[in-house]
Design a binder for this molecule. Sequence first.
Ligand code: NAD
Length: 369
Amino acid sequence: MQTLEKMYSMGHEQVVFFQDKTCGLKAIVAIHDTTLGPALGGTRMWPYATEDEALIDVLRLSKGMTYKAAVSGLNLGGGKAVIIGDPRKDKSEALFRAFGRFIESLNGRYITAEDVNINVDDVEHIFAETNFVTGVAQAYGGSGNPAPYTALGVFRGIEAAATKAYGSRSLTGKTITIQGVGAVGFELTKLLTEVGANIIYTDINERNIQKMRESFPTAKFVEAKEIFGVNCDIYSPCALGASINDETIPQLKCKIVAGAANNQLKEDRHGLILKERGIIYAPDYLINAGGVMNVSIEFEGWADSKSRRMVDTIYDKTLEIFRISDEQNIPVNKAADVMAENRILSIRNIKNSYLGKTNHRIPGQKRRN
Ligand code: NAD
């Protein structure tokens, strides 16, 4: 399939290819939809085997950002960037500054941030060339590490799911299994233990397991393949995507699935299977939106209290999605899409009327042909 055809089939507005031979930069920026505002989404650096692989990734990820921003109530569109290269060998100041200059040339239609293999030091180089970047270090007036805010959003999403399942948002005494105790899983454990929940966790990284043992001695470790079958109230996927699939669903003994990982359902149909089994699924791209909410307020001056207030809204938004899911008898993942699409459409519609601001006849100025 050709690039324009791919863009058309997924509804993208713009895809831009950049290269700078002097530093070896090869990058693609995809802007999916800017109805709600400038397209925001991180930059991922990956040694893609082919250009096609990179293009498909950036198209898919940018579309996901449109839905995440829309459902989160942000005045932002969806975009994403990929840099084709090996993060262990190809990173340099020049590469990120060249990338920053290209981002600048998009004039604010796309705002970037960290994603896989891009850290706050790389962002600092991008920031040297453009203001259209978020996730900047707090020392430079940015919002710094997003993980605590992502974890807070996941915590609010879990509370909403508990309200639906048990009639109370309290998590005291509930048993929660966490798959992956990296940046977000660790912060989530902090919040859950503070309210008296019992934690059972797994990970495959010895350093992260050791950190958990030292910080939360009462939390219980299980091997990675055992986590799905543990008797618990809530299963929280905080590692990689696709952990809800044909193999794992029959093992689940929980009432709720709610975690930070992106694309938790291997396929859309797994949302329906969860619904049929009476397992409440909190929509991943909403409840993990705390990080993007946090960076979104960098432009108006970041403050911890502002960020927390915004992230707290995930509780009500999750309940609203459960309501749509019940009302329309559709799986929660579909209900989240409906809520996002309805918001984009309604805002697109109000933009139909002419605002009277167009300066097509400024006195004394010649009309341009
Ligand atoms: P991370 O890399 O810090 O942590 C992931 C952890 O999962 C690691 O400790 C890793 O060892 C572990 N892991 C990987 N595969 C595993 C497996 N099969 N079984 C058990 N453990 C496994 O990443 P993170 O920043 O904590 O993000 C976690 C998830 O949340 C990711 O899917 C990410 O895309 C998503 N997310 C993160 C943020 C954020 O702010 N960091 C925001 C939105 C979404």
